[in-house]
Design a protein around this ligand. Structure first.
Ligand SMILES: C[S@@+](CC[C@H](N)C(=O)[O-])C[C@H]1O[C@@H](n2cnc3c(N)ncnc32)[C@H](O)[C@@H]1O
Length: 402
C-alpha cells in the first residue's frame, strides 16, 4: 500500500522505543541486592507510582491516541455524557441536592470530566448548576492539562478550586474509570503443597526475575479461599489486596451519593480460572499489549483484570449498597438515542466528526472491546428501591479486551 499514490500511511508506533526509566531500574536493583526480593505489588508501586519516574508519575499522559492505550472517555465525549446521565438520575433520586460534588479519582487529562460536563450543558437541565467537579490525580501535572481542557470548553467554572481530597461532601458522586486495574497486585502460584508467592528478585546478570517463595501474607490465600478459587499446580494469578483501602479512601468523604467504578473486570471464576494459566497481568506501551512487566520499567502500563467479587466485598465493607451493574456499552446504549445525533447536529459539524463518532461508537459498543468494560454502581444514602434507568440491562455482558 505504501506505493499507492495519495495514500498516506501513518507510522506504526514502536513500543521498543519507549525504553525504560534507567534511574528507577538502578534504584530497584540496588534495593533488591541490599534487602532481597520484593513482592510484585511493591515492584508495581514503584514502576507505576514512583514520583518523577513511575509510569503514572511522568508528565506525559499514558492514555490517549498519541500514548499507550485509549480509554472510553478518550475515545469520544459521548461516553462522558452517558456517565453524566447516570449521575443525573442519582441526583434526581436524591431530590436534586445543591451542591452536588462529583469527585473523579484518576481524572487524567480530563476526558471524562469534559464529556460529562459538556453533556450536562447540552442536556440544558438544572443539574449543571449544582455540579462542583473535583478531579483527583496522583500526577499533579495532569490536572494542569485538565484545567486547560475544561477552560477551552468554557466549563472551568464547575471545577473545585483545588484537589481537597478529604473535604466532606454532603451529596455527590465518585466516578473512577480505569483506576482499579492499576492498583498494585501480588502474584501467586498454585502448588501441590499449597499457595506460593512470586516475588521479584535478580538473576546473575542483574535482570529482574520471578522468585517463588512462601506467601508474604496469609491474606492472599484467604482471599482466594473466600472466593472459592483453587489454583491448579503451576497456575499463576494476581490478588489485589489494596482494593479495600482504596475504595474506603475514595468514598469515605461522601455522606450521600453514587459511586461508579468502570474497568475491565470479571467474576473470580474467570479471573482465576484454569484457562488463565499465567494470570491476567499485562502491559501496554504504544498501543501494543505485552506480558513482561520487567521490560520498559516506568515506561509501560502494568495492569490486571479487576476481580468483581473483591470489589463488591470491599464496597460492602465500606458501607456502600449495590445499585446495579452493567457494561460500558450498555450504559451508552441506555443513555438515550438522542445522544449521537447531538454531536452531528452541531453547527459546523463535519463529515470527519461523523466518521470519528462512528468509529468511536464501534469501539464503545463492542462487548469484546471497550463496550465490555464493567460498570459497578453503589450508593450511600440513596433511598431503598431506587432503580436508575441508566443501569438497566439490555443484553448479557461480554468479555473485555484491553
Ligand atoms: C488509565 S488512566 C485513566 C484516566 C481517565 N480516568 C480516563 O478514563 O481517561 C489512569 C489515571 O489514574 C491515575 N491514577 C492511577 N492510580 C491512581 C490512584 N490510586 N489515585 C488517583 N489517581 C490514580 C493515573 O495517573 C492516570 O491518570
Amino acid at each position: 500500500m505504501t506505493g499507492t499514490p495519495g495514500y498516506r500511511v501513518e507510522p506504526v508506533p514502536d513500543p521498543e522505543q519507549v525504553g525504560e526509566d534507567e534511574a528507577l531500574v538502578e534504584a530497584l536493583r540496588d534495593e533488591i541486592r541490599r534487602d532481597g526480593p520484593v513482592t510484585f505489588a511493591q515492584f508495581m508501586v514503584r514502576a507505576l507510582y514512583e514520583p518523577g519516574h513511575g509510569y503514572y508519575r511522568r508528565e506525559e499522559p499514558g492514555p490517549g491516541r498519541a500514548g499507550d492505550f485509549i480509554t472510553a472517555p478518550e475515545a469520544h465525549p459521548i461516553f462522558g455524557a452517558a456517565v453524566g446521565r447516570l449521575a443525573t438520575q442519582a441526583w434526581e433520586a436524591l431530590e436534586r441536592p445543591n451542591p452536588f460534588t462529583i469527585t473523579e479519582p484518576g481524572a487524567g487529562t480530563g476526558a471524562l470530566a469534559a464529556g460529562l460536563l459538556a453533556g450536562l450543558r447540552d442536556d440544558a437541565g438544572p443539574m449543571l448548576d449544582a455540579v462542583r467537579y473535583r478531579p483527583l490525580e496522583v500526577e499533579p501535572a495532569r490536572l494542569t492539562t485538565l484545567r486547560a481542557r475544561l477552560a477551552a470548553d468554557d466549563l472551568e467554572a464547575h471545577l473545585t478550586p483545588d484537589q481537597l481530597p478529604d473535604e466532606p461532601v454532603e451529596s455527590g458522586a465518585v466516578i473512577a474509570n480505569e483506576v482499579l486495574d492499576a492498583l498494585p497486585v501480588h502474584r501467586v502460584v498454585g502448588r501441590a503443597g499449597g499457595l506460593r508467592e512470586l516475588l521479584v528478585g535478580l538473576n546473575g546478570d542483574g535482570r529482574f526475575v520471578q522468585v517463588e517463595a512462601e506467601p508474604t501474607t496469609p491474606r492472599l490465600a484467604e482471599r482466594l479461599e473466600a472466593e472459592a478459587v483453587a489454583l491448579d499446580d503451576g497456575q499463576v494469578t494476581e490478588v489485589c489486596l489494596g482494593i479495600d483501602a482504596w475504595l474506603a479512601g475514595a468514598t469515605n468523604h461522601i455522606a450521600r451519593g453514587i459511586i461508579v467504578l468502570i474497568d475491565y473486570a470479571a467474576e473470580p471464576a474467570a479471573v482465576h480460572g484454569p484457562w488463565r494459566p499465567t494470570g491476567t497481568l499485562r502491559t501496554f506501551a504504544r498501543h501494543a499489549v505485552g506480558a513482561d512487566p520487567f521490560r520498559h520499567v516506568g515506561r509501560q502500563d502494568i495492569t490486571a483484570t479487576v476481580d468483581l467479587a473483591a470489589v463488591r466485598a470491599a464496597a460492602a465493607r465500606a458501607g456502600l449498597a449495590p445499585l446495579g451493574e452493567t457494561t460500558a456499552g450498555e450504559l451508552l446504549a441506555a443513555a438515550g438515542d438522542d445522544l449521537p445525533s447531538r454531536y452531528l447536529g452541531r453547527p459546523g459539524a463535519t463529515l470527519q466528526d461523523a466518521l470519528t463518532l462512528r468509529s468511536a461508537l464501534a469501539r464503545l459498543l463492542d462487548p469484546r472491546g471497550l463496550g465490555g468494560f464493567r460498570v459497578l454502581a453503589f450508593g450511600r444514602g440513596i433511598p431503598a428501591g431506587v432503580r436508575l434507568d441508566a443501569l438497566r440491562r439490555l443484553a448479557r455482558p461480554g468479555s473485555q479486551a484491553r
